[in-house]
Design a binder for this molecule. Structure first.
Ligand code: NOJ
Ligand code: CA
Length: 753
């Protein structure tokens, strides 16, 4: 329940941060952050932000440049200021903790410009500021009573004037992809590095050499962590941030649509939130829920059909080139409804064939997984890529060697749900025309999750992956999926901005460089993503690659991934996602079943997360406690135990986490819940030793610790598969010291004895 109480307001007239006399101020609930707002003599709205008296954002202007209308950059008068305080605790459907506090102080300023003509309406623009203990959110609002009704944006003029040449972790500004390695550099060095960031990508539109994408993580020389992002981007383009290196000022740079318009607005409306997270430590950045809190509460009444998912896929074998998505080499091009696949000659290396899919189902079922993704099941893959075809897939017609009803029946009988794949090839017009039939087919055969994809340039031609029409498309796909009780994991879609709070069926997104980039991924990439990409929502990073040498996985292929095996285990804890893949091939896991045990055991939904140690671009160590009420449905469910008791059991390991809620009082009194924690660590290209106290464990209990660590001679370049598994008994009074090899890591399970 939301509690709206009296306001916490400050009125001030001093000149901190050089704001004009008479500026309006707002403090965070803990009093440490202070926002100031003023309108300059020229009528320019400005804000600034400080923490404990030290400037974080210097006076920065707000406004818009419009197409064919007067700009919204100056000439404003401040009509009204209104304050509010809000404090609530809400429970995410899935997440890193069972409950999240949403506590902020709010300032709403109303600005107006006099009508141009007598009798006309004034131009009204409001700015709503929400100040949390860990940062600021603000957005523009345009009420109905306004001279502006329909208006098109030339550019949003929001500034973030920084206090210095901070260290930054960034990827290049781009209208179409986030699939880049991150660079760590001073802000002033962005331009000199950005051209070198280009990787081959099916759709890439870099913009200014000084532009970067949100979320931008920075660190000041005084050790303050500042993160600039956006929240709740809906019906509005996504922004880049363009740096003016002379003034160290970042400016919004929106993604244009095919006609160059950067937002078509209709009052009443509002922009997404612009956010400035300010934290004293890197672990506080990981613990921040600023972006989620700025999103609207859950829009769904019934969420019982939404489940965290641990899955495998007929996928890595296509990514590595061992097999293919396509079925035949007979035709230079195919046309759905015309090409008769049944009469073609299969080329013999189609991954999604009945026999191979059954092999994966068996392996996934034996090892307690919930789901299995199958790509390349449907007709059209022969010329899906590069041709920029409009009608490329119909999403309902399987290849002749993929027996959709039979394979689903086979999977369901073994407790596995198949995960549907819809590669749109970025023809969103084609995807939308087939969407209802595609989702209905899923309903008919019992698919409850889809991985969608947007590879290549967008159709409608000229649109970008992050322009307003595409933002609306991704949202439409989520909302329509919810009507069918379908969970969505979209690849190449826009980076998430916390919308999973409102639409928790959005259980995954790629929207960054994931393991599919194989040897191109820099060591340390995964120590940055939780600070940047994951601030907006979970990522389908697809961890768990045990075989780094691609020539072993797919004979004839080249390249070595730059991580150790233990590093991949650590990711299941350091990377939060309710949708977690074991991405490697069954045959690669079969060679390391003792290490694979951790992937089988680890939970994917948590009631508590503790960020023990972190530094972007260097290392992350995280401890998490599983949420018992929404355990993995297939891997962990209510089971009858051999002695007649009823408990929540990991079906793969038979470990009893807790009693079922359905257990009777008598049963409850007989069997006590056993506690469990998981800890994971990852490091960059530097080897390092980490020590941490186990004081998060329940005092007085003994836990069996199983540590999966890099062996002493492990190294990502020379010996990536060398690991040790050690067992010990520990309590909350103990500490552990673990060495991580270069690009290494560790995983630890702690089970009450
Ligand atoms: C790119 C996605 O990221 C990848 O996971 C998928 O396999 C291919 N597109 C094909 O859809
Ligand atoms: Ca991708």
């Amino acid at each position: 329940m939301a509690v709206i109480s009296a306001l916490a307001v400050l009125s001030c007239t001093t000149k901190t941060n050089n704001m004009p006399e008479g500026s309006t101020a707002l403090r965070s609930p803990d009093g440490k952050l202070e926002l100031r707002f003023a309108v300059t003599e020229a009528g320019v709205p400005e804000y600034s932000l400080s923490r404990e008296g030290a400037a974080v954002i210097l006076p920065s202007s707000l406004g818009y440049e419009l197409i064919g209308l007067d700009d919204l950059r100056d000439g404003f008068a401040l009509d009204d200021t209104a304050y509010n305080t809000f404090d609530e605790v809400w429970e995410p459907v899935w997440g890193e903790e069972a409950s999240i506090r949403n506590h902020y102080n709010e300032l709403l300023v109303t600005l107006s410009k006099a009508p141009r003509k007598e009798g006309g309406k004034p131009t009204v623009m409001k700015v709503r500021f929400r100040l949390y203990d860990d940062g600021l959110g603000f957005r523009y609002e345009f009420p109905m009573e306004n001279s502006l009704t329909y208006f098109n944006v030339k550019e949003e003029l929001t500034e973030f004037a920084l206090t210095g040449d901070h260290t930054a972790w960034w990827i290049s500004g781009d209208y179409d992809t986030q699939e880049y390695n991150y660079t760590e550099s001073r802000l002033s060095e962005i331009a000199s590095h950005s051209a070198g960031m280009r990787l081959s990508n099916a759709s890439q539109t870099q913009i200014s050499p000084n532009a970067v994408q949100t979320a931008l993580q920075m660190k000041t020389d005084d050790g303050l962590y500042i993160n600039i992002h956006e929240a709740a981007v809906l019906d509005y383009p996504t922004t880049n941030l363009d740096l003016d290196p002379r003034s160290m000022t970042l400016r919004t740079w929106l993604t244009p649509d095919a006609e160059g318009v950067k937002g078509r607005l209709q009052a009443p409306c509002h922009s997404p939130w612009r956010t400035v997270m300010v934290c004293a430590s890197a672990t506080d950045v990981l613990a921040s829920r600023l972006i989620l809190n700025l999103n609207e509460p859950c829009a769904l009444e019934d969420v019982s059909w939404i489940h965290p998912v641990k899955y495998m896929g007929v996928w890595w074998e296509m990514i590595t080139g061992k097999s293919s998505w396509s079925y035949t080499d007979d035709y230079p091009s195919v046309q759905l409804g015309v090409t008769d696949y049944a009469k073609s000659n299969p080329h013999g290396h189609h991954g999604a064939n009945n026999e191979n899919v059954r092999r994966y189902i068996d392996f996934a079922a034996e090892n307690g997984f919930d789901g299995l993704l199958i790509e390349g099941w449907n007709e059209g893959w022969e010329d899906w890529f590069g041709a920029q075809k409009d009608y490329v897939f119909d999403f309902v017609t399987p290849y002749p060697d993929f027996d959709l009803p039979a394979l689903n029946a086979y999977a369901h009988a073994r407790g596995i749900r198949l995960i549907m794949h819809h590669e749109s090839s970025s023809s969103t017009v084609n995807y939308e025309r087939h969407m209802e039939a595609a989702y209905s087919l899923m309903d008919k055969y019992g698919y409850n999750a889809v991985k969608s994809g947007y590879v290549g340039n967008i159709i409608p031609y000229g649109e970008h992956h992050y322009s307003q029409p595409l933002i609306n498309h991704y949202h439409y796909a989520i909302v329509e999926a919810a009507k069918h009780h379908i969970m969505v994991n979209a690849h190449e879609a826009v980076r998430p901005t916390g919308l999973c709070r409102t639409w928790p069926n959005m259980i995954g997104n790629e929207s960054a460089m994931g393991t599919e980039f194989r040897s191109a991924i820099n060591p340390g990439h995964t120590t940055i993503l939780p600070f940047t990409r994951l601030q907006g929502g979970p990522m389908d990073y697809t961890p768990g690659i045990f075989e780094q040498d691609m020539s072993v996985t797919a004979p004839g292929q080249e390249g070595k991934m730059r991580h150790t095996l233990a590093n991949q285990l650590g990711l299941y804890v350091t990377f939060y996602s309710p949708l977690q893949m074991a991405a490697d091939l069954p045959e690669n896991y079969a060679r390391f079943m003792d290490a694979f045990q951790f992937i089988k055991d680890v939970a994917v939904d948590w009631d508590k997360s503790i960020y023990l140690q972190a530094e972007p671009g260097a290392y992350i160590v995280t401890a998490r406690h599983p949420k018992l009420s929404t355990l993995n449905k297939a891997a962990e469910g209510t089971s009858s135990l051999p002695d007649g008791k009823v408990g929540i059991v990991n079906n793969a390991t038979r470990f009893v986490y807790a009693l079922s809620e359905k257990a009777s009082a008598r049963e409850l009194s007989k069997v006590r819940a056993r506690d469990v924690w998981y800890v994971g660590g990852v490091t960059d290209e530097n080897e390092r030793e980490v020590s941490f106290a186990l004081d998060f464990l329940k005092p007085g209990l003994k836990y069996e610790a199983t540590l999966y660590a890099d062996a002493p001679d492990a190294d990502f370049e020379t010996n990536p598969q060398a690991y040790t598994i050690t067992h010990s008994v520990v309590s909350s009074e103990d500490s552990l010291t673990v060495r991580m090899a270069r690009a290494g890591g560790f995983a630890l399970s702690l089970r009450e004895k």
